[in-house]
Design a binder for this molecule. Structure first.
Ligand SMILES: *[C@@H]1O[C@H](CO)[C@@H](O)[C@H](O)[C@H]1NC(C)=O
Ligand SMILES: *[C@@H]1O[C@H](CO)[C@@H](O)[C@H](O)[C@H]1NC(C)=O
Ligand SMILES: *[C@@H]1O[C@H](CO)[C@@H](O)[C@H](O)[C@H]1NC(C)=O
Length: 440
């Protein structure tokens, strides 16, 4: 087994070569020291792993390259499947992958957080699979776990997951693939959350990057009126790379993506590492850059979900696709060489103190992080929650009582992004499938 896996690995890495990317100071760099900026798209065609069908990956990767993208983010992958075909096709097109370690049945719960051995092993299994590919750019330990201010007590669990996955990575002698978090843009919690995840003076406890799903720039606005000036002020001298893990407000169509010029321009380029546009596939929420055919209406078919065809030859959505392509073509920042990175001015942040009020940050300073097996209960960590109570309940809220999506991106999100109703449906579906399987 081991030998076979090893020789396959050898084949995969000789068949193509793409420079690995690493985080150093607060920037990403290629192996040769040139700075790397993310030009990405969110890629999740259905709830299932989109990196298993080589033909589909090929069709999409070539159009992504034409768009000027160098990265995709994928929200849900199946660690037990072989991703080598798709990862090779993507690498050949110059495309890196940011993948979530969590999925529908393992993500850290916002209201009743726990971090246990099952999650640890499932997260580690995703890392085991993807660490072997040179074009794996990074891992998320969560996406929008905290979606409203009252959920800030989940933050130490996010940090604990990052700490443990980094320690796992290092214990296995894997490449130092960055492990970070993708946050909802919640005005009341900014900048506490990004500071908290990078605070306390011990980088082993911190995320390797922080990223924000932000839909603040809509239509004809500007750097100063969009809210980006505030985001920038909070990112100056950030200790680790920071980037937009989702962006592309669509409330004023067509999308012109003028925020890209701000992110890759003089105002922000020294502090930000790029952006990921939400999203590749057109679906009901109207964020798509491409479609696989017209809206299917009430048609049914194996590749139609929610009224949209989800495989085939991608066709650009006009004019959005070309608008983004034109923006990106003009935005090619050089950045700095890794040898010119002055880490002296960067230090981990000060852990914010808790505050009081309706939208308070509840974590007080550099609190102890939970260890594997611990659950938040009555404001403290415990390994044994009394029976009959909701596991991990911080405030008596039921574990399944999930909140709506982030305030600033309240427009419907895709199957891929953290959409609680979709998550619930899928968990129920998985449950039914299991019951059926057991029954048979
Ligand atoms: C460094 O490597 C990247 C990726 O291969 C390449 O695009 C860039 O031109 C290289 N930089 C230099 C200075 O050779
Ligand atoms: C972790 O928590 C989940 C949800 O409560 C549970 O299904 C699973 O069995 C737990 N794992 C361990 C090792 O206790
Ligand atoms: C830093 O954090 C890591 C992981 O929690 C821990 O193993 C290590 O002892 C810490 N280092 C110091 C100096 O406290």
């Amino acid at each position: 087994m081991r030998l076979a896996a090893f020789s396959l690995l050898g084949l995969a890495s000789t068949a193509h070569s793409i420079s690995t990317i690493s985080a150093y100071g607060n920037k990403f760099f290629y192996e040769n020291g040139t700075q790397f900026f993310i030009k990405g798209v969110a890629y999740q065609l259905t709830e299932d792993d989109p990196l298993l069908d080589k033909t589909q990956c090929s069709l999409d990767a070539s159009l992504m390259a034409e768009l000027g993208a160098n990265t995709i983010r994928v929200y849900h992958v199946d660690a037990s499947s072989d991703h080598s075909d798709c990862m090779t096709v993507l690498a050949d097109a110059g495309i890196y992958v940011l993948a979530d370690l969590d999925t529908f049945d393992t993500y850290i719960l916002p209201d009743s957080p726990y971090w246990n051995q099952t999650q640890y092993e499932k997260f580690a299994a995703v890392m085991d699979e993807f660490q072997q590919y040179d074009n794996t750019l990074g891992f998320f330990v969560g996406n929008e776990v905290i979606a409203m201010a009252s959920q800030s007590m989940a933050a130490p669990f996010i940090k604990a997951a990052a700490r443990d996955m980094k320690a796992y990575r290092d214990s296995k002698n894997y490449r130092a693939i960055p492990v970070g978090y993708s946050a909802a843009d919640i005005a009341e919690l900014r900048p506490m959350l990004q500071d908290y995840l990078t605070c306390g003076g011990n980088s082993s406890d911190n995320v390797d990057f922080f990223s924000l799903n932000s839909y603040e720039w809509c239509g004809e606005t500007s750097y100063s009126t969009s809210g980006y000036a505030t985001l920038e002020s909070e990112a100056v001298n950030f200790p680790v790379p920071i980037f937009f893990s989702e962006t592309g407000c669509n409330t004023v169509p067509p999308r012109t993506f003028e925020d890209q010029a701000a992110i890759f321009g003089d105002d922000m380029v020294n502090d930000w590492s790029g952006s990921i546009i939400y999203e590749w596939i057109e679906e009901t929420n109207n964020y798509g850059l491409i479609s696989y055919g017209p809206a299917a209406g009430t048609s049914t078919g194996s590749d139609i979900v929610g009224g949209y065809t989800r495989s085939g030859t991608p066709t650009p959505v006009s004019p959005d696709f070309d608008n983004l392509k034109t923006q990106w073509a003009t935005l090619t920042p050089t950045g700095i060489m890794s040898s010119d990175m002055t880490t002296g001015t960067l230090s981990t942040r000060t852990c914010p103190a808790s505050s009081t009020g309706t939208a308070a940050w509840l974590v007080n300073g550099n609190v102890a992080l939970p260890t594997v097996g611990e659950t938040l209960y009555n404001g403290a960590y415990t390994t044994s929650v009394p029976t009959g109570t909701n596991a991990g309940s911080a405030s008596g809220t039921a574990a399944s009582d999930e909140s709506s999506s982030s305030s600033s991106s309240s427009t419907a999100k895709s199957l891929g992004a953290m959409s609680s109703s979709v998550n619930k449906v899928s968990i129920i579906l998985v449950g039914l499938t299991l019951l059926l399987a057991v029954g048979l």
